[in-house]
Design a protein around this ligand. Structure first.
Ligand code: NAD
Length: 498
């Protein structure tokens, strides 16, 4: 990733005595109780750093600060908000190396990929800076003989943003940027397994001189700080990116306050490979979609559906590629797959490997903890897993439940009809990928597949103006482009007799 080793070491050493604090009303604060919790380095499972353990009291302070700041921020001209967003984007770029190293160590993601994610985080702010002046655009109604009607969009209030551990910085900025662009203020609650870059982002917000209270951060656990945020009466909007089961709990708790929700949840996305496809391209995409990012990608194509005539041959090629993947330390430039986030998560993923075997799936590659070393350091205590490939059936747990690791299950299909039936036979509906040279079939499937994101002959390439989100158990609402403002703003109708 082009960062000198001495610099990487210095960043890593600085984390040792550091505590990722809350950021409330423009100030860094410990918890009132003084409690902290450790965050582990997944490549060794040693303690990397600590974060403050927030709860009801910290959330209450943050919500009050966010509401107070909302009175001014929501009335700040859009062009001024735009300037702040651009400044944050610039500072994210300026501090990109530090952010990338911290996140690679905290989340176990490969450094060069995290570096690209930090660039995406800056882009999220730059993108929504441009949209700030358009956030309130809406349809004006035609003049009706003696009445004029029009619609107004206004900032909706403080937003609670709850994020997962897999891509913490990128996913939080993807919510924070449109919220700030719309004139909303924010209380962020990052995931407890990778809390560090959220506090680094708060440092950037402070450096950008964002008015106090516009961005607040409460560190802590989901059941404590997260639940307190969902329950806080001063925060009318909650956006959660996380597991489907968490989505259900958050929806129930938010219902008591009738809060507006945006839910980006889990996935079990299919890749459909037809015999007429460009198989080289399909192979690249399929391998990338499940084995890059440690398999901890919400849009991963974790079910590989392949037409019968080419099944054995195509799956054998996937197996060959999976075997060649280099598992290692996130900072090692040769690494393709890093350690899973946490020993508990590794156990859960290994549990799925056992479940696959018990249900009679054929294990072609992997399935075991992987060995890794880096710069003479023995990494055996780390959460390394061999990229894993099964041949199975769609009814099996490994094909029905989100594993969120580098585990792929391949399933044969007879024809388009069966492919579609298998693809839609899931509780999830985040993404679907179709590989075929038959254009009519591709468009037909795009219409019929139950997913919020469809890619034809490609892996997932995010384009920020397009809507992002899932159907069924993968969530509801869409973020991205102007679609995001349907969540972050309120719509009013104004009528005026002429
Ligand atoms: P998770 O659901 O365990 O946690 C997500 C966040 O919710 C964390 O900050 C957690 O502390 C918080 N939380 C947990 N319980 C809570 C509660 N009762 N009240 C309020 N907050 C609570 O998810 P995870 O394990 O951190 O992340 C992995 C999941 O995220 C996967 O399912 C993945 O598919 C999903 N994900 C989805 C997208 C998307 O855009 N659809 C993107 C990335 C990840």
């Amino acid at each position: 990733a082009g960062i000198p080793w001495e610099r990487i070491e210095a960043i890593r050493n600085a984390l040792k005595g550091w505590t990722a604090l809350h950021f409330i009303g423009g100030e860094f604060r410990p918890s009132e109780s003084g409690e902290v919790f450790p965050t582990l380095d997944p490549s060794t499972n040693e303690v990397l750093s600590h974060a403050a353990r927030g709860g009801e009291r910290e959330v209450d302070r943050a919500a009050k600060a966010a509401l107070e700041a909302f009175q001014r921020w929501s009335r700040t001209p859009a062009r001024e908000r735009k300037r702040y967003l651009l400044r944050i984007a610039e500072l994210l770029e300026k501090h990109a190396d530090e952010l990338a190293v911290v996140e690679a160590l905290d989340a176990g993601q490969v450094l060069r990929i995290v570096k690209a994610q930090v660039a995406r985080s800056a882009e999220n702010f730059a993108f929504y800076a441009e949209y700030a002046e358009h956030a309130m655009e809406d349809r004006t109604f035609p003049v009706d003989r003696d009445w004029l009607y029009y619609a107004l969009r206004v900032p909706a209030g403080p937003v609670g943003i709850i994020t997962p551990w897999n891509a913490p910085l990128m996913l939080s900025t993807w919510r924070i940027a449109p919220a700030l662009a719309a004139g909303d203020t924010v209380v962020l609650k990052p995931a407890e397994w990778s809390p560090l870059t959220a506090s680094k982002l708060a440092e950037i917000v402070q450096e950008a001189d964002l008015p106090p209270g516009v961005f607040n951060l409460v560190q802590g656990f989901g059941e404590e700080a997260g639940a307190a945020l969902v329950a806080h009466p001063l925060v009318p909007l909650i956006t959660l990116t996380g597991e489907t089961e968490t989505g259900k709990i958050v929806m129930q708790n938010a219902a008591r306050h009738l809060k507006r929700l945006s839910l980006e949840l889990g996935g079990k996305s299919p890749a459909l490979v037809f015999a007429d496809a460009d198989l080289e391209r399909a192979l690249d995409a399929v391998v990338f979609q499940i084995y890059s990012f440690n398999g901890e990608r919400c849009t991963a194509s974790s079910r590989l559906l392949v037409e019968k005539g080419i099944f054995e041959d195509f799956v054998a090629r996937v197996a060959e590629r999976a075997k060649a993947i280099r598992v290692g330390h996130p900072l090692d430039p040769d690494t393709e797959v890093g350690p899973l986030i946490h020993p508990e998560h590794l156990e859960r993923v290994l549990g799925y490997v056992r479940a696959g075997l018990e249900e009679g799936a054929r294990l072609l590659v992997g399935g075991k903890r992987a060995k890794a070393s880096f710069r003479g350091e023995d990494l055996s205590p780390g959460n390394y897993l061999e990229p894993t490939l099964f041949v199975g059936e769609n009814r099996m747990r490994i094909a029905q439940e989100e594993i969120f690791g580098p585990v792929l299950v391949a399933i044969p299909f007879q024809d388009e009809e069966e492919a579609l039936r298998l693809a839609n036979d899931t509780r999830y509906g985040l993404a679907a990928y179709v590989f075929t040279k038959d254009l009519e079939r591709a468009h037909r499937l795009a219409l019929e597949l139950e997913a919020g994101l469809i890619y034809l002959n490609s892996h997932n390439v995010r384009h920020l103006p397009t809507p992002f989100g899932g159907v069924k158990g993968s969530g509801e609402r869409r973020e991205g482009g102007l679609y995001a403002f349907e969540f972050y703003t309120d719509l009013k109708a104004v009528g005026l007799p002429l």
